[in-house]
Design a protein around this ligand. Structure first.
Ligand SMILES: Cc1cc2nc3c(=O)[nH]c(=O)nc-3n(C[C@H](O)[C@H](O)[C@H](O)COP(=O)(O)OP(=O)(O)OC[C@H]3O[C@@H](n4cnc5c(N)ncnc54)[C@H](O)[C@@H]3O)c2cc1C
Length: 389
């Protein structure tokens, strides 16, 4: 093993692909291995703040991203019980000027394809599917991994971008399973023309209710409509991508206003996710091995920044390797630059979940707290995220 060997990336999700691209852009050979038989992402939308659009620009993929994105007009918080508007942040020219980039919504599969295509077009990137890594190892000169079928792959550095159930993390940190939050997400995408015209909106709209919310926004240049219904549930099933139970959903959302009820009724088949996160940790690198994205700092989605943090990680990692000769020092620097920012996203996501899901007096506090919110105040409250790195 030697440092002339490629950097091994475990996991071909958004984080792994962004890392492959960032490293190849700075002239490094990369070998990415994914356990699934083909690369892909779930059929759902993703919100992308200006901090992430800045990363797409730096990664050289802003044009294809702009081609498939939708640019919403506002972020709006409404009360799911009485339909009143609680707060609004215009995503207008002032917003773009403040943060340098727009706010976008993107179909996950579209975003992932942009990254896969950019990687596939770069000779320094080797992409492989159908290879599950079961063990990782290192010595002073390099890293090695074993696949489920017993092969050994070697490299100079190992990046565990293997998601919230990361096997690399369990070997490196060994801190058990991610935390069950008791929150469940049902997600669905439908063609825009199936949405009643009076309920279509060019904004990201979040209807917050007691222990629940519904969020929706257009996708893919406005051709699709994405919905995510989140609620607190005792149904702690493991894993993802299983089908949701519409009866449970409608029971949980009993009592919401007519608009929310009508929108929920448009979907017959939901996909379900059990939402988990982890308490932030101070270190996730050891020698030549590091973690990235959800494997390092899985977060709840209430700030819509999990994938964004993975993409920022990717750029930061490549940047540190460019500037620091010693591998293990570079990985420590990368980690140090990312720990507080990603921890803040994790902890504030929990807090925003509480605000969205406020009930009783909490709901009145939310209304009072946000009543006088001006667009400028709204922008400044998100400055720490949207100004980016
Ligand atoms: C309901 C919901 C809504 C969200 N909304 C947003 C949003 O609006 N904006 C946002 O920025 N983020 C959002 N997120 C968060 C975002 O989806 C994640 O943070 C992001 O997808 C993490 O990417 P990743 O590449 O780190 O991990 P993953 O996407 O989990 O990718 C990990 C990859 O590693 C592979 N893998 C795992 N183990 C192995 C192994 N042993 N060998 C080989 N391959 C392996 C997996 O198959 C997978 O392809 C949301 C999340 C949820 C649940």
């Amino acid at each position: 093993m030697s440092t002339s060997e490629p950097i091994l990336i475990i996991g071909g999700g958004i984080g792994g692909m962004a890392t492959a691209l960032a490293l190849a852009n700075s002239g490094r050979a990369v070998h990415l291995v994914e356990q699934a038989s083909e690369f892909g992402e779930v059929g759902a939308g993703i919100q992308v703040g200006p901090n992430v659009m800045k990363m797409f620009d730096r990664l050289g993929v802003i044009e294809p991203i702009n081609d498939i994105a939708f640019f919403p007009e506002n972020l709006i918080l409404k009360d799911a019980l009485d339909s009143s508007e609680v707060a609004r942040m215009p995503l207008d020219r002032d917003f773009r000027e403040r943060f340098g980039y727009p706010y976008a919504t993107i179909h996950r599969a579209d975003l992932h394809s942009v990254l896969v295509d950019a990687c596939a077009g770069n000779d320094l990137v080797k992409l492989e599917t159908g290879r599950k890594i079961v063990h990782v190892d290192q010595n002073p000169d390099g890293v090695s991994v074993q696949t489920e079928s017993g092969e050994e792959l070697t490299g100079s550095i190992l990046v565990g971008a293997d998601g919230i159930w990361s096997g690399v993390r369990s070997q490196l940190i060994g801190d058990g399973e991610p935390r069950i939050t008791g929150h469940i997400a049902y997600r669905a995408v439908l063609p825009m023309d199936e949405v009643p015209e009076n309920l279509r909106s060019n904004s990201v709209v979040l209807w917050g209710g007691p222990d629940l919310h519904l969020a929706h926004y257009p996708l893919r240049r406005g051709e699709l409509f994405n919905m995510g219904a989140i609620f607190h549930s005792q149904r702690y099933l493991q894993g993802a991508n299983v089908y949701g139970d519409p009866e449970e959903l409608h029971a949980q959302f009993a009592g919401v206003c007519g608009e929310v009820d009508t929108l929920l009724g448009k979907i017959e088949e939901w996909r379900m996710w059990v939402l988990r996160d982890r308490d932030p940790i101070e270190h996730w690198s050891d020698g030549r091995i590091t973690l990235l994205g959800d494997s390092a700092h899985p977060t709840l989605q209430y700030l819509a920044q999990g994938a964004g943090m993975a993409i920022e990680d990717a750029w930061t990692l490549a940047d540190r390797l460019d500037h620091t000769g010693d591998v293990s020092a570079a990985l420590r620097e990368y980690e140090a630059l990312r720990v507080v920012r990603t921890a803040r996203v994790t902890l504030f996501s929990r807090l925003y979940g509480e605000i969205y899901h406020a009930k009783g007096v909490g709901r009145a506090v939310r209304a009072q707290m946000l009543a006088g919110w001006t667009p400028a105040a709204a922008r400044e409250s998100f400055n720490w995220i949207y100004s980016g790195i």
